[in-house]
Design a binder for this molecule. Structure first.
Ligand SMILES: [Zn+2]
Length: 380
C-alpha cells in the first residue's frame, strides 16, 4: 500500500461516523465445526510422539443441544434499555469432512457432510440444525458464514498422499477421525491457504470461488436465506476472496483489528476490537474485556467482541459453566458501565451503516477523534 492510500486510511478512520449510543456486537466463530470425536485421541497421538495437547484448541469437540440451550439462556437473560436481549452473530462452518468415506476411497476426492444433514461417522451427535434454526428464529443467534470448511480440503487430500513428515502427521490425525489440529497440521488450518513454514499462499480464484459457493449453498439449505456476513477462517482472505464474496451476496466482512467500520471492494468491513475468551484467558477475561470496551466506546466505535464457540462447548472440556457466568457478568457489566448501551448483531450494523441511520450514527466529537489516534489494534 502506498503512502497516499495509507494516509487516506488514517484520515478516514479519524472521520468515520461515531455511534450515537454505545453499541455491543458479539461475533462468535466455529459453530458446527467438529474437532476430535474422542478426547483420548489427543493422548494417543501424544504417546506416538506427536506434540499435541498443549493448546485448549486441541480438545475442541462439537457443541450439543444442551450447550446451545445454556448459551441461549444467558443471551436471553440480559436486555438493553430498549428491552432487546443480547444476540450472537454466530459464524457457521457449513460442512465437516466424511473422513471414513474418503479413507475407503483412498482420498481421491473431498467428501463432506453438510450441517443440515448432521455429522459424519464416527460422530453419534444427532443433527443440530433444528436447534440452530430455533436460536436464529428466537433472535439469539444471527447466523453468519465462517466457510464451507474451516481447513483446506485440497490440503487434506494432499496430506493423505504426502510421503513426507506432513503426510505422517496428516494420516495420524485421520486415523483418529480428527480433520486437523492447528498444533499438528498448520499447513491446512485455514481453508483458503496453503502454508508451509513461514510462507502462506492463497488458493487461486477458481478454488476460492468453488469453496465460497459450496458454503453459501449449504448456508441457504440450512437457514433458508443467503448469508450477508462472513468471517474467513483465521481471517485469511485476499482481494480475490472479497470479489467472490461480493458476487455471492456477502455484504459484511468480519476481521480482526481496531479501525473504524469501513469499506473494501464495496463490502462493509467490521474489525473485532474486543477479545472475550473466558475459557482461554481465565478469571481476568471479564475485567480485561470491559476495560478494552471502554477504550473502544471512547472512540465512538461499536464494541465488536470476539468470543469463539470453544468457550461454550462442554464435550471435552470442564469450565464451561464459568465461561457462561463470565459471559453474563460481562454483558451485565457492560450495561452498567455504558449507559444507553445497545445490543446489536451484524444485520443491525449493516442496516445502520448502509442507510447512514441517524438514530445510530453521527459525526465523531473532537474527543472521539483524539482517542482514535491512540487506540491499539486488538489482540485476537
Ligand atoms: Zn474459526
Amino acid at each position: 500500500m502506498g503512502v497516499a492510500s495509507r494516509l487516506k486510511g488514517v484520515i478516514d478512520n479519524l472521520r468515520a461516523a461515531a455511534t450515537v449510543r454505545p453499541v455491543m456486537v458479539l461475533q462468535s466463530d466455529d459453530w458446527g465445526r467438529v474437532g476430535a470425536p474422542d478426547p483420548m485421541a489427543i493422548e494417543r497421538l501424544r504417546e506416538k510422539g506427536h506434540p499435541v495437547g498443549e493448546s485448549a484448541w486441541d480438545f475442541y469437540g462439537l457443541e450439543d443441544a444442551a450447550d446451545l440451550h445454556a448459551l441461549a439462556d444467558v443471551l436471553r437473560g440480559v436486555t438493553d434499555e430498549e428491552g432487546r436481549h443480547s444476540c450472537m452473530t454466530a459464524n457457521f462452518v457449513m460442512a465437516n469432512p466424511d473422513i471414513r468415506r474418503m479413507v475407503a476411497e483412498d482420498f481421491r476426492e473431498f467428501r463432506a457432510v453438510a450441517i443440515n444433514e448432521g455429522f459424519p461417522a464416527p460422530w453419534v451427535q444427532p443433527p443440530l440444525i433444528e436447534e440452530y434454526r430455533r436460536l436464529a428464529t428466537a433472535g439469539v443467534f444471527y447466523p453468519g458464514l465462517h466457510g464451507y470448511t474451516h481447513f483446506s480440503p485440497e490440503g487434506m487430500l494432499r496430506g493423505w498422499h504426502d510421503s513426507g513428515k506432513f503426510g505422517n502427521r496428516m494420516r495420524a490425525l485421520i486415523a483418529e477421525d480428527v480433520p486437523y489440529l492447528a498444533s499438528l497440521t498448520p499447513e491446512i488450518n485455514f481453508a483458503l491457504l496453503d502454508r508451509s513454514g513461514q510462507s502462506e499462499r492463497f488458493a487461486d480464484r477458481a478454488t476460492q470461488a468453488q469453496w465460497v459457493k459450496l458454503g453459501i449453498d449449504a448456508f441457504r439449505a440450512a437457514f433458508d436465506r443467503t448469508p450477508v456476513t462472513t468471517c474467513a477462517p483465521g481471517y485469511r482472505c485476499n482481494d480475490v476472496t472479497y470479489e467472490v464474496w461480493k458476487e455471492h451476496g456477502i455484504r459484511l466482512v468480519q476481521t480482526a483489528g481496531g479501525r473504524a467500520i469501513h469499506r473494501h471492494h464495496g463490502l462493509l468491513v467490521v474489525e473485532r476490537n474486543v477479545r472475550f475468551e473466558p475459557h482461554l484467558d481465565g478469571a481476568s477475561a471479564v475485567a480485561a474485556a470491559l476495560r478494552r470496551m471502554a477504550e473502544v466506546v471512547e472512540c465512538g466505535f461499536p464494541a465488536v467482541v470476539v468470543t469463539h464457540s470453544i468457550n461454550y462447548v462442554r464435550r471435552h472440556r470442564v469450565g464451561v459453566d464459568q465461561s457462561l457466568r463470565a459471559l453474563a457478568e460481562f454483558l451485565e457489566g457492560a450495561l452498567a458501565r455504558f449507559p444507553g448501551l445497545r445490543f446489536a448483531h451484524d444485520g443491525d450494523i449493516l442496516h445502520a451503516y448502509e442507510t447512514n441511520d441517524e438514530d445510530w450514527l453521527r459525526p465523531p466529537t473532537a474527543a472521539q477523534v483524539r482517542h482514535r489516534g491512540v487506540l491499539r489494534p486488538s489482540v485476537q
